[in-house]
Each structure stands twice: as C-alpha cells, then as structure tokens.
Design a protein around this ligand. Structure first.
Ligand code: F6P
Length: 535
C-alpha cells in the first residue's frame, strides 16, 4: 500500500471519531503542540492522531521534502517552468552565500540592501527632500506581490512607524489612485513604482496617472519618484534616475518579494534597524525549517495539517482568522501566496494532478468575523478548518483588558468548534427557559452545534518585526512543503495570463474600435451595454 493510500484508509477509519475523544490522552495538547522562533503551534484540535501524523511525515519524507528544501536554499533551478532558482530566502540571509549560474548572488543583494538603507535613512532624516521639504508621505504603486506584502507589513508593524506615512495603490480602478492622491501634498510625497516586470498594466497605468498628477504640481516631478524592479531598462525608460532604482533578480518571485526592494515602503516607514529585525525573524524560521526534524518542524507540520484537511478529509477551504487587527491584510496576502502558488491542475511534469490542488484560503480578523460569517463555520453543513492567530500581548499597555477579551474570544471559538453543543445540552438550556413539547424540540434543534470542527492556533508573544517575519516565513515554507508533496511547481503563475490577454483585446471593443470577432455572445452583449450606459 502506498503512503497516500494508507492515509486515505486512516481518514476513512477515523472519520466518525470525535476530535474530542483524542483528548482522553492527557498528553494530547502537549504532544500536538510545536514551538519554534517564539511561535507556538497547537494542532491538537484536529483529527490527526499519532498514527496519522507518522504517516503524514512519512509522506513528506517519501516526496523528498528534505532534498527539495536543500535544492531551494542552495539556488537550484526548482522553478522548472520558468527555469529559475527560488531564492527569496537569500534576501533575509544577508550574511549568507548562494551561488546561481556559477556566481555568488549575495554581494549584489547586500549592496542593494545597503543602498535601500541609505536612501531610507536620507528620506527619514529629511536629507532627501521633496520639492516642498521633508517627505511626509510615500505612495507605493504596485499590485499582487508588489502590493500585498508591503501593504500587509506596514499595517502589521504600525507601532514601529517613525517614518513617512505609507499609502498603497493597486487597483486599475481610477477610484483607487484618485482617492489616495486626493489627500496628499505632491511636494512632500514620494511615489514608489513597484513592479518586478515593470510591464503590469495596472501598475503602469497608475504610475502614468501619478506622474501626470505630480507634473501638474511640481517643477521636477521625476525627483519625487523611485522604482523597484528587475528591469533597469524599463525603469530608465520611465524616466526614473538610477540612484532611486532598486533592482532584484528574477529568482525572487513576486509573491515572495517583500524581503528585498519591494519592501522599500516598509523600510521607509520603520527604518532599516527594524526592517532587519523583520528579516532576522524570517531567517530564524528558515533555519528552523532547514534543521528541525519533521516532527517538530512548524512549516512541515502546518503543511501536513493542511494536506490532511484538504486532500484527505476533502475540506476545500480554510479560514485564516487572525485575532490581531493589524494582521487584517494577512488573509488577502495568503490568498495570493497560497492560491497563486498551489492552485495548479498539473504537476511539475505536466501530467494531470491525481488529487485536489491547494485549498481556497479566506478570512477576516476576529472578533469581527464572529459577527459575520462564523455562523456558517459553526452550524453550516460544510466543515471549514480554521486557523487562529493570536498574540499573547498587545502593543497598548493601557488597553490590556481589551486584549484579554480578544484572547478569550479566540480561545472560545476554537473550543466551541471542538466541543459543539449536543441536542441534550440544547434541550436542557431551552427547558430551563420554560419551553416544552414540540416547541422545545424545534427550538433546541436550532441551538445544536455539531462541533468536531478542526482548527489550529498559532500563538506568538507580541506582533514585533521579528515575530511577524517568522510568521510570514512560516507560511511561505508551509506553501513550499505542500507544493512539494502535491508535486506542484509553487513558483510559477500561468493561470493569471489568459485573463490579462483577453482584457487587452477587450479594451478596443469597449471603446467601439473593434467588433470583437470570435468573442462569445454574453461578453459582446455586456460590452455593448457598457458602451450604451457610458453614452
Ligand atoms: O498577475 C500576477 C502577477 O504576475 C503576480 O504574480 C505578481 O505579484 C503581480 O502580477 C505583479 O507583477 P509585477 O510585480 O511584475 O508588476
């Protein structure tokens, strides 16, 4: 029997076993909790027992996670469909050395980091000024990986901000760039155009709009722009002076890129020292991932829990529920990280995937989500594994009582999902309220919680640059492990191309310059209606 089949059999055999029963073992909570880099991962509230965990670890071993992990860290071209190495880890290991195509890439990484740090120090100290004095605001124009990472990080690390305010423009919807620029003073605003390729239509369109806005207000608009890209030619063609261009190599994937120049807005906001703490947290997680046995390896364990829930139990989605308002952009960030990485229908060799691809990832911070969609999580017909994140301590010492309430809510939700409420318990509650007969029966049934719904909890002391870096690196490596086990190339994204091509072809149809030959009737009819409505 293959390990995969063994796991399928283990799932069938344990499907009707309540997770709560596993807690008959007094060591369950300790045994199914792992700790690294100050993070505590409790996965005891899942239907994984010791035999299943052993089989999952055997699966990771059989699929070559350890070998592929080393191949990634040492610069092998594991992104086979793009013939590229995958080395975002090098961006956070500034003292390291990695050879790609016969060349140590680190001197260049360190030099760019030093240039970024010097530029940020100048801007933050007011030595690099706008045409109206010290830079007060930074606008990062980018999308996908050139937006979600730094936007999330700037919010996550707000308590460490002592530099200019950061704003983010991503959507090609003109409303986005309009509303952000409308409240800013161009003379004290620095615009960063962040695009790995410097061809992305949304980013380049917003960049042109920002340039027109700047040109209408200041004498030397170019001086208020910086760029982050792998293409020095395109940034030069856009007119950005090379001293304000920060490059990186194609072995940094867009959704893995905030550790380097794409993190420029974050470095401007928090300064290089805090930025390096952020890198240090990620590096610590990388080192843990590289060295810890699978039984204690956080990224491996998180990946295995995800695979168990998705591939073996058939739970198609996963809710990410940070009980941390400053992680409110984490679910959106993870949507790109996980779904762009592992949402693939063929394996590395082009063959159809014999199992499901990665799960749908979604979520919102608690406690807000409790008052919105948790109803379905608790009583809906589908099981949705939940991933809770919680800091032991907040950043607001005078609001400690609110943090305790937040923590109590977080623990209460995973407890409720585990335990549920039986019909007998619901009946007892409603009887005490005076209900009897058919009314009692009907009302009690509405108050039943099936429970037995799996969740994990990731606990960290406080959301600091280091712990935040470790959390994000944990997620990145978890995606890597899942991808390896599924046989997917987690580092390409061909699935986003078709829509881009069709949008380019549809623009002239909407303008009335093309009839859209070959397009389907629905699309043509919608385009005609848009033309009519726009007059
Ligand atoms: O369309 C998807 C994508 O290529 C992402 O992978 C990437 O993060 C995003 O677009 C932005 O790309 P760029 O940084 O090249 O503008």
């Amino acid at each position: 029997m293959t390990i995969w089949n063994e796991l399928t059999a283990l799932q069938a055999a344990s499907a009707d076993r309540p997770i709560l029963d596993l807690f008959a073992d007094p060591a369950r909570a300790a045994d199914f909790t792992a700790t690294a880099c100050g993070l505590v991962l409790d996965y005891s509230k899942t239907n994984i027992d010791a035999a299943t965990r052993a089989a999952l670890i055997a699966l990771a071993t059989e699929k070559g996670v350890a070998e592929k992990r080393e191949a990634m860290f040492t610069g092998a071209k594991i992104n086979e469909t793009e013939d590229r190495a995958v080395l975002h880890t090098a961006l956070r290991n500034l003292a390291g050395s990695v050879v790609v195509d016969g060349q140590d890439v680190m001197p260049e990484v360190r030099a760019t980091h030093a240039r970024m740090a010097a530029f940020c120090a100048d801007v933050r100290a007011g030595r690099y000024t706008g045409q109206g004095g010290k830079i007060t605001d930074v606008v990062n124009i980018g999308i996908g990986g050139s937006d979600l990472g730094p936007a999330m990080a700037c919010l996550a690390l707000a308590p460490y901000h002592d530099g200019p305010r950061c704003h983010f423009v991503s959507n090609v919807d003109g409303a986005h760039v309009h509303d952000v620029l409308a409240v800013l003073n161009p003379e004290t605003t620095l615009v960063i155009i962040a695009s790995k390729t410097f061809t992305t239509i949304e980013t380049m369109t917003n960049a042109e709009t920002a340039r027109r806005w700047m040109a209408s207000k200041v004498a030397n608009p170019g001086a208020q722009f910086a760029a982050v890209s792998t293409s020095a030619e395109r940034t030069a063609a856009f007119g950005i002076a090379p001293e304000r261009v920060f490059g990186f190599e194609d072995w940094v994937g867009g959704r893995y890129s905030m550790w380097g120049p794409i993190g420029l807005s974050l470095m401007l906001a928090i300064g290089d020292a805090a930025f390096e703490e952020f890198l240090g947290g990620a590096l610590a997680m990388d080192n843990h991932f590289r060295t810890a046995p699978f039984e204690q390896n956080l990224p491996v364990l998180l990946a295995l829990v995800g695979l168990w829930n998705n591939q073996f139990c058939g739970y198609a989605t996963r809710a990410v529920l940070p009980y941390d308002q400053r992680l409110s952009r984490l679910p959106a960030y993870l949507q790109q990280l996980e779904m762009e990485s592992n949402g693939k229908r063929v394996s590395m060799d082009g063959a159809d995937l014999p199992h499901n691809s990665g799960p749908v990832v979604w979520g919102e911070p608690g406690t807000n989500g409790q008052h919105a969609f948790y109803q379905l999580i608790h009583q809906g017909t589908r099981v949705i594994p939940c991933e809770f994140l919680l800091a032991a301590e907040g950043h607001e010492p005078d609001l400690g009582h609110q943090h305790l309430l937040l923590a109590a809510n977080c623990l209460a939700q995973s407890e409720a999902l585990l335990r549920g409420r039986s019909l007998a318990e619901a009946t007892e509650i409603m009887t005490k309220k005076g209900l009897t007969g058919a009314d009692l029966d009907r009302q009690a049934r509405h108050r039943v919680f099936p429970g037995n719904r799996p969740s994990t909890t990731l606990l960290y002391p406080k959301l600091t640059p280091a712990s935040f870096g470790a959390i994000i690196a944990l997620y990145e490596q978890r995606v890597f492990v899942e991808g390896v086990i599924l046989g997917i190339n987690s580092f390409d994204q061909w699935g986003v191309e078709l829509g881009k091509e069709l949008a380019l072809a549809l623009a002239p149809v909407l303008e009335g310059k093309s009839e859209g030959l070959g397009k389907d009737a629905s699309t043509l009819s919608l385009a005609a209606k848009i033309r009519t409505l726009r007059g």
